[in-house]
Design a protein around this ligand. Sequence first.
Ligand SMILES: Cc1cc2nc3c(=O)[nH]c(=O)nc-3n(C[C@H](O)[C@H](O)[C@H](O)COP(=O)(O)OP(=O)(O)OC[C@H]3O[C@@H](n4cnc5c(N)ncnc54)[C@H](O)[C@@H]3O)c2cc1C
Ligand code: SF4
Length: 345
Amino acid sequence: MEDKKHVAIIGGGIAGMESAGILVKFGYKVTVIEKTDKTGGKLRNWSYLFPDFADPNILVDDINNKATLANVNIIYNTEISHIKKQNGRFELSDIKDVKIFSDAVVIASGFKLFDASLKEEYGYGIFDNVITSVDLERIIKAKKVLSTIDNKIPQRVAIIHCVGSRDAKVGNTYCSKVCCITAIKQAIEINKMIPECEVFCFYMDLRLYGSHFDSLYLSAQQQHNIQFIRGRLSEVSEKQDNSLQIKAEDTLSGRPLRMKVDMVVLMVGMEPELSNNNLITDNTVQLDENGFFKSKNIHDHRSCTTHNGIFAAGACLCPMSVSETLENARSVVFEVNDYFEKQKT
Ligand SMILES: Cc1cc2nc3c(=O)[nH]c(=O)nc-3n(C[C@H](O)[C@H](O)[C@H](O)COP(=O)(O)OP(=O)(O)OC[C@H]3O[C@@H](n4cnc5c(N)ncnc54)[C@H](O)[C@@H]3O)c2cc1C
Ligand code: SF4
């Protein structure tokens, strides 16, 4: 009997784990290489999932259980930095020179978060009452009540959209896609924990592309009294009492706007995690103009990179929600299977 083909998956987030479980069902031997000591990726940090406030731990456990039942081999604490092709096989290695050999590779390395301190004018890392969407997720997940540095319950919170996205000054002109709806989810969460708190969302455009996203937006306005201001933040400064003064331009009226708030939440964008042009020696795995992995064809071969036998799944291709990531992770299985089937003919 022919030996099983071996597929190595870089990244044990939901994209990597979902495709791993299904690839085993298709008859392949699968190894997931994860750089941390856990699978599940970023979802482990989120409190509730938009648009339905589902518990991300349940989803992650479900995906992990399927992979465990399928006997997926997982190597933890190993960060792949290089792929070499030799005699038709791939050699994956990390900086400690751990080597894994496979017949195909799925990159599922996901995304990293924009470093908000790079937007110095917004005061992250300078003023204690400026936090990011990720900090807020942690607070909500820990079931704590949002409070200022001097332990006061905030009465006014400004949520700032597009931090590190759609911003040529930081080199990211693309939209991170999920942060408008995350802002709405978080604004609702603040209203639930502090009903008297006024919450303002400062947006450039509201990009609500997914199913049920519009209903959540309506509910934010009608049931949770969230106020949406079409405006671009220019600066945050701190007052003596630790409150914050924000300066923005109201882009609907064209007039400058100043507002005093107790806290600012910055909606940080998604950037590629493993954006390494030298990932493979001959540079044939190309990146797109935003630094995410480039698809061979964005219409019908989205999960194929520009190198035959190396595939990509999930948010390493572009910013994606959970449902899009899982759909993409399932579709990569068909591409990998097709690749091996064609080798037989
Ligand atoms: C603030 C915020 C809130 C969000 N909330 C929601 C929500 O409520 N609902 C929703 O649908 N979506 C949400 N999303 C989007 C969601 O997080 C993504 O869809 C999902 O995480 C993508 O999964 P992934 O597996 O592609 O990537 P990741 O979750 O980034 O997982 C990638 C994995 O690969 C590993 N890895 C990376 N590089 C290497 C390497 N070189 N070697 C080995 N391992 C590596 C990482 O450690 C990680 O475990 C949110 C995004 C943000 C920024
Ligand atoms: S999803 Fe919304 S907040 Fe995020 S980058 Fe796009 S427009 Fe900005």
